[in-house]
Design a protein around this ligand. Structure first.
Ligand SMILES: [Zn+2]
Length: 266
């Protein structure tokens, strides 16, 4: 009797192990299938028409960029809140994530699970509908407290970042740079993971000098960067990736730091 029970339990156990490993393999295969998908012509043409960064890549790097987009899209949920989303919105979200981390192909924002797309800018209480005494001025946010693992982006502002009308602003890149900055534990404008230790002091000095120029109205950097070092890094990163040539010409020193931080020469 005991032997029969032993055999029964063993068979059951083997069954469970096989089932778990099979479903894990299936999951892995599904993920691989997404990565193996051919990047559609429509998607390529959306990127070519809207994403300057992609347009400037050579054929090989374009393929790398596409694979990184697919990985981001297969890993993260992109959800619409009181609005609709289509492939263009999805591709603009993923491009915003991949552009700053293109030189770090193993990095896929481990802290992010969901990107919420709002119908417009919002206030501190996440209201997008205007009402008395409330201003809707937030266009993007990375989750903290109850929203851990979540990024919020205003759809019209995300799309405007890629329609050629805003040469220095890109809310998507702004928020994903905060997340990259925060991978060392602090969103503080000093991405320690990327900067050699010996650079931190001179980077902080550079920020201080550039902030003074902004304060004295001798700079075309968005004054929102004066808020703190983290916002300064996010704001200059938007400019660096949106208009690299102009940025290099007007801010040669800052440009060198950006090249070091993102490991990309644009
Ligand atoms: Zn910010």
């Amino acid at each position: 009797m005991q032997t029969a029970l032993f055999i029964f339990v063993s068979v059951l156990l083997i069954g469970v192990i096989l089932f778990v490993s099979n479903s894990q393999r299936k999951k892995k295969q599904e993920k691989q299938d997404v990565l193996d998908l051919d990047f559609s012509k429509e998607w390529k043409s959306i990127l070519n028409s809207k994403v300057l960064f992609y347009r400037n890549l050579n054929k090989e790097d374009k393929e790398l960029f596409e694979r990184q987009l697919l990985r981001f899209l297969s890993d993260k949920n992109i959800e619409a809140v009181d609005t609709t989303i289509d492939d263009t919105v999805r591709l603009m979200v993923a491009s915003s994530a991949v552009i700053p981390t293109f030189a770090f192909p193993n990095f896929n924002y481990p802290s992010v699970r969901t990107v919420l797309i709002y119908p417009g800018s919002f206030d501190e209480d996440f209201n997008t509908v205007k009402h008395k005494n409330h201003q809707q001025f937030i266009t993007g946010m990375v989750g903290n407290k109850g929203l851990k693992g979540t990024v919020i982006l205003s759809k019209p502002d995300l799309l405007a970042a890629y329609n050629g009308s805003r040469s220095k602003h890109n809310v998507g890149i702004h928020e994903f740079v905060h997340l990259l900055d925060g991978t060392d534990g602090d969103i503080d404008g000093v991405p320690e993971r990327l900067l050699e230790n010996s650079y931190v002091g001179s980077w902080l000095f550079e920020i201080k000098e550039e902030m003074e120029a902004v304060m004295n109205r001798k700079s075309d950097i968005n004054p929102y960067g004066l808020t703190n070092n983290a916002e300064f890094l996010a704001v200059v990163s938007e400019y660096f990736f949106s208009s690299p040539k102009n940025f290099k010409k007007k801010h040669p020193d800052l440009y060198k730091y950006m090249v070091d931080i993102f490991d990309q020469e644009l």
